[in-house]
Design a protein around this ligand. Structure first.
Ligand code: PLP
Length: 483
């Protein structure tokens, strides 16, 4: 397909501007900022532009076109209704510098109410005292969380606590966030059942430990039955326990992390709460904290006066400061708010239950061919292994490419690192049994192909505009021009 820059012809136009109805006066623009030559932009008709981008979009495997069981990402359906709400002019056209009420304006009250109410709902679902919706991604939430932990120990003059414990199953963002906040990371092992190795944890709980970052349910898709004990051990050693809540879909309406013993956590509104992951656009990784960490939360904090007026509070002397200016991800928060109100308490409880049911259905229908490293019920996702096929020279990557040819987005591969040839499948609650059955049939067909004609799988994908790419080379030496 031609790049858009190679298309069109001089003089073609895709837009019609209204006639200039004010005097043409450029004198206020300094000469050095004035363009001397027209920009070298492609000249195309509107139809050409529409066709170009529509055709490009059809080359994508997206949630709106295909089943998307990408583990740990909770690619659930993002209701179209939420997009309508986010486009309401009263929300979409809000300027971040509009006055708050205390300056005599009332235009931001609705938006502040949405953020405040969302934070309250998240606090209710997780059991924490207060949430901030400022962080713009899950990893950003983690960074906020570990900065809160650092601030807590600074306030207690416990400056020696410089170590963050992180299980070997953790998402890579955990150690990255801890390191950015100035902590040294130390790894805690996983035991033979897929839980935190309690003996290893005990051995590593030295006086320098500030805390533990624990993913719950963990990245193997398993609920660690030792979670209360783990929190007690870390607390007894003077540390805090951070919950990576990216996998919260499994617990929605069923368990509150604060009651399990965690001191703080982040959620991913663009995972568990049906907001889109957004092609690089803003996400939302709100952070909830227990009472003793509240005073360190980032500014501004959204407060509600007794007379029902909302305002942004900046007077928080112990705060870690700004994490992100302006709540620029407001649309994401709004979608999560709509999601929670639409579902209600009972609907939220069904999300977790059906997500777990779907994952276990896939697991049980596939584990004869794709062994599970730990044989037990999973939560919202199952981790299986493609190891039996390596004897035919077929790897998880080849099976993933085969899935693309059959109209499925591949599951997460080679993560968690603990499981060789890992395929991490997260169907989510929004898929029907019929769709899961189609996926299971494709996985079973691919297993047969791997055994009987492995060379065919090495050619996949064959239905895409470009075939098998050298992914390392594509990342290191991207060739972006059209061929
Ligand atoms: C997705 C994820 C994160 C990071 O969230 P982002 O919004 O992608 O930054 C962290 N931990 C786990 C377990 C995740 O699945």
């Amino acid at each position: 397909m031609e790049l858009i820059f190679d298309q069109g012809a001089p003089g073609r136009r895709g837009s019609t501007l209204p006639r200039l109805d004010v005097p043409e006066d450029l004198s206020s623009i300094p000469p050095r900022l004035r363009r001397r030559q027209p920009p070298e932009l492609p000249e195309l008709s509107e139809l050409e532009v529409i066709r170009h981008y529509t055709n490009l979009s059809r080359r994508n495997l997206g949630l709106d076109t295909n089943f998307y069981p990408l583990g740990s990402c909770t690619m659930k359906y993002n209701p179209a209704f939420h997009e309508e709400l986010a486009r309401l002019p009263g929300f979409a056209e809000l300027h971040p510098l509009l006055p708050q009420l205390r300056h005599g304006g009332a235009l931001t009250q609705g938006a502040l109410a949405v953020i405040y109410e969302t934070q309250e709902l998240l606090a209710k679902l997780t059991g924490f005292a207060e949430f901030t919706t400022q962080p713009l991604a899950g990893a950003h939430g983690e960074l906020t969380g570990v900065m809160l932990i650092a601030a807590y120990f600074r306030s207690r003059s416990e400056r020696g606590r410089r170590v963050m414990l992180i299980p070997d199953a953790a998402h890579g963002t955990n150690p990255a966030s801890a390191a950015m906040a100035g902590f040294q990371c130390r790894v805690v092992a996983t035991d033979a059942e897929g839980n935190v190795d309690l003996n290893d944890l005990r051995a590593k709980l030295t006086p320098e430990v500030a805390g533990l970052m624990l993913t719950a349910p963990n990245t193997l898709g398993l609920f660690d039955p030792g979670v209360r004990t783990i929190c007690e051990l870390v607390h007894a050693a003077g540390g805090l326990v951070y919950c990576d809540g990216a996998n919260f879909n499994a617990l929605l309406g069923r368990a509150r992390p604060a009651e399990l013993g965690f001191d703080l956590m982040h959620l991913n509104l663009h995972k568990s709460f049906a907001a889109p992951h957004g092609g690089g656009g803003p996400g939302s990784g709100p952070v909830g904290v227990c009472e003793k960490l509240r005073r360190f939360l980032p500014v501004s904090r959204i407060r509600k006066r007794d007379d029902g007026i909302y305002f942004l509070e900046y007077d928080c002397p112990d705060s870690i400061g700004y994490i992100a200016p302006f709540y620029g991800n407001f649309g994401v928060i709004l979608k999560a708010y709509a999601y929670l109100l639409t579902l209600g308490d009972e609907g939220v409880r069904r999300v977790g239950a059906n997500a777990v049911l779907n994952a276990n259905y896939v697991r049980v229908r596939l584990h004869d061919l794709y062994p599970e490293p730990y044989s037990r019920y999973c939560l919202h996702e199952c981790v299986l292994s493609a190891r039996p096929f390596t004897q035919y020279g077929v790897h998880a990557l080849d099976l993933a490419k085969g899935l693309i040819d059959r109209g499925f987005h591949p599951p997460t591969m080679y993560f968690p690192l603990l499981v060789p040839e890992a395929l991490m499948i997260e169907p989510t609650e929004t898929e029907s049994k019929a769709e899961l059955d189609r996926f299971i049939a494709a996985m079973r067909e691919l297993a047969e192909l791997a055994r009987t004609r492995p060379e065919v799988l090495k050619m996949a994908p064959e239905t895409t505009p470009v075939g098998r790419l050298d992914e390392t080379l594509a990342a290191r030496k991207p060739e972006l021009a059209a061929r």
